[in-house]
Design a binder for this molecule. Structure first.
Ligand code: FO1
Length: 322
C-alpha cells in the first residue's frame, strides 16, 4: 500500500502521536500515515504482548503496525505477512514442536534477525527503526519501551502470559484482571516522551483498552506527559461488540457492560475528545457529560479507504478544537 501523505487542504497542520495495539490500531495508524507527512506522525506501540517463543523474541503488535504501514500485512488476519508460506512451522510441528502460535516463513525472518540483534545487545527501538527503513516506512514507529514488559492475564484458571491466554487458550479462561510485569522499571523508548511533548494531539487508536492501550499508559512518564494535551480516543467497541478480539468479553467478565460509554469512562481524566460510531449515537450525551467533546462517525474500518476516511474525520475533529 502506497502512502502519498496527501493532506487535504481542510486539515490543519498538526503533529500527532498515535497510541496503538494490534490490528485495529494498525489500521487507523495506516490511515493517518496516508495523510500526515512523516515528520508529523509518531506511532507508539504496545509491547506488553511480546514474548519469547521457539527461542525467538516476538513483538506481535509492533510487527502488525510495521507490516500494515509497509503494505506487507496479511489482509485476512491483519497480523503476519501477506502471501505467506508455512514450511518452517509445519516442519516444527512434524518434529513434535509447538505449533499453536502460527509463524509464517517470511515472519520468521523478522523474529530471527530481531533476536540476533537483541542478543548482540541492541535495543528494540533501534532495531525497529532499522527494520522500518528496510521496509520503506517513513513515519516513526516506536515500541513503548525498550525494557521487557509482559502482560499477565489473571483468570479463573490462574495467571496466564498474554499469548498463552490470547492464542493458545483462545481467550477462553474468565478474566479477573491484568498485570504488566516489569512496568515499574520500564523506561519510555527514546523519543517517545519528546514526541508526546511536541505533539498537538494524541490519538488513542481503537485498540483494546485493557491490554493494548493500558500498558502504554502505564509506562512511567508517558501518561503524565499526555495530561496537558488534547487526547482523542476512538472506541474499539461498536454496538456493544469488539470489532476484533476479546475486548467485549473482558468488559463483561470484569462486570462492566461493553459499550462506547464504558470505553469513554475508562479514559476519563485523560481523553478530552472521544469518537464513537454512528450506531452508538444514543450514548453521545452521556459521554459528553464526562467532559469530552464527541465525534459521531463511521468508525468501522473494513477496507483501506475506510482507514483514510476515519483518519480524516479524526484529524478534522482535532482541527475544529478550540
Ligand atoms: N494470533 C492468533 O490468533 N493466532 C496466531 O497463531 C497468531 C500468530 C501470530 C504471529 C505473529 C504475529 O505478529 C501475530 C500473531 N497473532 C496470532 C496475533 C497476535 O498474537 C495478537 O493479535 C496480538 O498479540 C493482539 O494484539
Amino acid at each position: 500500500m502506497k502512502s502519498n501523505f496527501h493532506r487535504p487542504p481542510s486539515i490543519v497542520h498538526r503533529r500527532i502521536v498515535a497510541l496503538a495495539g494490534g490490528v485495529g490500531g494498525a489500521k487507523l495508524a495506516h490511515g493517518l500515515a496516508q495523510i500526515l507527512p512523516p515528520e508529523d506522525l509518531t506511532v507508539i506501540v504496545n509491547t506488553g504482548d511480546d514474548f519469547e517463543h521457539l527461542g525467538l523474541y516476538i513483538c506481535p503488535d509492533l510487527d502488525t503496525v510495521c507490516y500494515t504501514l509497509a503494505g506487507l500485512a496479511n489482509p485476512k488476519t491483519g497480523w503476519g505477512r501477506a502471501n505467506e508460506s508455512w514450511q518452517a512451522i509445519s516442519n516444527i510441528e512434524r518434529l513434535g514442536g509447538p505449533n499453536w502460535f502460527r509463524l509464517g516463513d517470511q515472519d520468521f525472518a523478522t523474529h530471527i534477525e530481531r533476536t540476533r540483534r537483541i542478543k548482540e545487545g541492541q535495543c528494540l527501538s533501534e532495531i525497529t527503526r532499522d527494520f522500518c527503513k528496510a521496509w520503506g516506512i517513513k513515519h516513526t514507529i516506536l515500541p513503548m519501551s525498550d525494557n521487557p514488559v509482559r502482560t499477565i492475564v489473571e483468570t479463573d484458571e490462574g495467571d496466564l502470559a498474554f499469548q498463552e491466554y490470547f492464542v493458545h487458550r483462545r481467550c477462553e479462561p474468565r478474566v479477573k484482571g491484568f498485570r504488566f510485569n516489569g512496568i515499574e522499571k520500564a523506561e519510555a523508548a527514546p523519543g517517545a516522551r519528546e514526541a508526546i511533548q511536541s505533539a498537538d494531539a494524541i490519538i488513542i487508536c481503537p485498540s483494546n483498552p485493557w491490554v493494548s492501550i493500558a500498558p502504554i499508559l502505564a509506562v512511567p512518564g508517558l501518561r503524565s506527559k499526555m495530561e496537558a494535551k488534547k487526547v482523542v480516543a476512538i472506541s474499539p467497541i461498536i454496538g456493544g461488540q469488539a470489532v476484533k478480539g476479546p475486548a467485549a468479553k473482558m468488559y463483561r467478565e470484569l462486570g462492566i457492560e461493553p459499550s462506547a460509554l464504558a470505553v469513554a469512562k475508562q479514559y476519563e481524566g485523560l481523553a478530552t475528545d472521544f469518537a464513537l460510531d454512528k450506531i452508538d449515537s444514543h450514548l453521545e450525551a452521556e459521554i459528553r457529560s464526562l467532559n469530552m467533546r464527541t465525534l459521531v462517525t463511521k468508525t468501522l474500518m473494513k477496507n483501506v479507504k475506510d482507514r483514510r476516511r476515519l483518519a480524516e474525520d479524526v484529524l478534522h475533529f482535532i482541527g475544529t478544537a478550540s
